[in-house]
Write a protein that binds this ligand. Structure first.
Ligand code: FAD
Ligand code: GLY
Length: 376
């Protein structure tokens, strides 16, 4: 048995790395175990949208959690720059949810109303205003403008958090957690390299969390929802300023002038990593329908990733109900980049016994409520 740690974190994506960093900063002796390399899972595949308003369909605890985490990004970006020298490329441009038909107009206007009622900015733009703002787009019936739904460069955020974790925790790459046992108020962890013991174990292995065998039964199953994306380089000046979401596609313009086009949702694909012709056809067709000016763009790259998803589509964050030595930090589905900072804060608060906001209870394994709480 190796040395005892305060906390072992299983998984080195944005969630595990953020948790290890923040716990280490608080003086906890943390060991992070990553099966492969830090930050190469879903976190490196993501489009990087901080879509608190764009990707939530109704008010509620989940919406509040997303908005709370989005507000943490300016200071997170500054801290990561200072501690790691990595710029996560936090954008200043928001998101346009465009309407192509009358149904979209009604739906998006209604979304704008409840979002304004919760104190968030959501502005309805008419077709001419949309065209003036984004000339590359096909004609629309208007759009909901969400100035605060900005984005980051997800692989850079994964890299920055990995570096931050290394500064404050011991990180072991190429060591997979196979199983764990709760015994005598501590957790014994078996890995591909041996055994470790800690007061607590945080399960943050993304879509693979369910493959780790242990005493705590997951409050909900966690499995993969495959997503495929591609990256376009426009043939002229940068094609878009804002993130544009419409129909079955989103377009995210990055600071280097490229545009990320995403994404499929393929729960039936399991962990098959292939980039398929069908998905590329769907994404490109939908992208050019929304922004015909991208027709001359070069396809630079295409890739896939696996969202960690629960049946309720809600994350599971906090101590296990039966074995509080084990904490869950998984199931972030489409929003793990957005939710990484608040997840780390929730795990730190749970371990240090701090008082927490009431809306966090909805994501605790113990107090899990029925329903989807606003997930699309
Ligand atoms: P991961 O990043 O997958 O990390 C899990 C880590 O655990 C991996 O490194 C893996 O190797 C490791 N691991 C697995 N098993 C073990 C084990 N047994 N022992 C040790 N380590 C193990 N979110 C947003 O907020 N905005 C977006 O725009 C966005 N776009 C997305 C687009 C796509 C196509 C996809 C697929 C996802 C997108 N997401 C987005 C969701 C986001 O990527 C995820 O929710 C988030 O990255 C999950 O982070 P994680 O750390 O839990 O998982
Ligand atoms: N949040 C974007 C995606 O998961 O595709």
């Amino acid at each position: 048995m190796e040395a005892t740690h305060d906390v072992i974190v299983a998984g080195g994506g944005v969630i595990g790395a953020a948790v290890a960093w923040r716990l280490g900063e608080q003086g906890e002796r943390v060991l992070l175990l990553e099966r492969e390399q830090m930050g190469q899972g879903a976190s490196a595949a993501a489009a990087g949208m901080l879509g608190a308003q764009h990707e939530t369909e109704e008010p509620g605890d989940f919406f509040q959690l997303c908005v709370q985490s989005r507000a943490m990004f300016p200071s997170l970006a500054a801290e990561l720059m200072e501690q790691t020298g990595v710029d996560i490329e936090l954008s200043t441009q928001g998101t346009l949810r465009i309407a192509r038909g009358e149904e979209d107009v009604e739906r998006l206007r209604a979304a704008g109303e409840w979002q304004r009622a919760t104190g968030n900015r959501a502005v309805w733009l008419g077709p001419d205003e949309v065209a003036a703002r984004e000339p590359a787009l096909a004609p629309t019936r208007g759009a909901l403008w969400l100035p605060d739904d900005v984005h980051v460069r997800a692989p850079r955020m994964a890299q920055a958090l990995a570096r931050a974790a290394r500064r404050h925790a011991r990180v072991a790459e190429g060591e997979a957690v196979l199983a764990y046992r709760v015994t005598g108020g501590a957790v014994e962890v078996t890995t591909t390299r041996g055994h470790h013991r800690a007061s607590r174990l945080v399960l943050a292995a993304g879509a693979w969390t369910g493959t780790i065998a242990g005493d705590a039964a997951p409050p909900e199953a966690v499995g993969p929802v495959k997503g495929q994306l591609l990256c376009l380089r426009p043939d002229g000046a940068p094609a878009l300023r804002s993130t544009v979401a419409g129909g079955a596609v989103y377009l995210v313009p990055k600071t280097d002038g490229t545009v990320i086009v995403g994404a499929t949702q393929e729960p039936e694909a399991g962990f098959a990593p292939q980039v398929t012709a069908r998905a590329m056809g769907q994404l490109l067709g939908a992208a050019l329908d929304v922004a015909p000016a991208l027709a001359g763009a070069t396809v630079e790259r295409a890739w896939s990733g696996f969202r960690p998803t629960t049946p309720s589509k809600l994350p599971i964050i906090g101590p296990d109900a039966e074995h509080p030595e084990v904490l869950w930090a998984t199931g972030h589905h489409r929003n793990g980049i957005l939710l990484a900072p608040v997840t780390a804060a929730m795990i730190v608060a749970a371990i240090r016994g701090e008082e927490v906001p009431s809306h966090w209870a909805a994501f605790a394994p113990a107090g899990r409520r029925e329903g989807t709480l606003g997930r699309a």
